[in-house]
Write a new protein. Sequence first.
Length: 143
Amino acid sequence: MHIFTIGYEGATQSALIDALKSAAVTLLADVRAVPLSRRPGFSKNVLAAGLREAGIDYIGLKALGTPPEGREAARKHNFQKLADVYAGQLELPEALAQMAQLRALAVERPTVLLCFERDPACCHRSLLAHAAMPEARISHLYA
């Protein structure tokens, strides 16, 4: 299995779509707890529409997002606290169900995990990829 991740920090929607097309991604899994953005083109509905035009499907998996305490830890560059908070999030029934859904989809088609943070080492999407698909090869894309 191969899973991709991407952060849209500093990117445009078109650059993000180009990166996804270059990697032959056909499904974007939005793993933000709050799928809204001040960056043009990255709020859920606008992003989904742009992806659809490019032939890429969209799924929102909010239960796999980072809770507020984890986002605060990430902003403060406290990555151990982010990991601890996020591990608790992944134990919730909704998160377990969405992880199973994500895994089933990623087995079938090239899938990317999307969040804001550009650096995957500073974001929960790397933690998610390792937790949900420990045997997967993980590639980080940049827009």
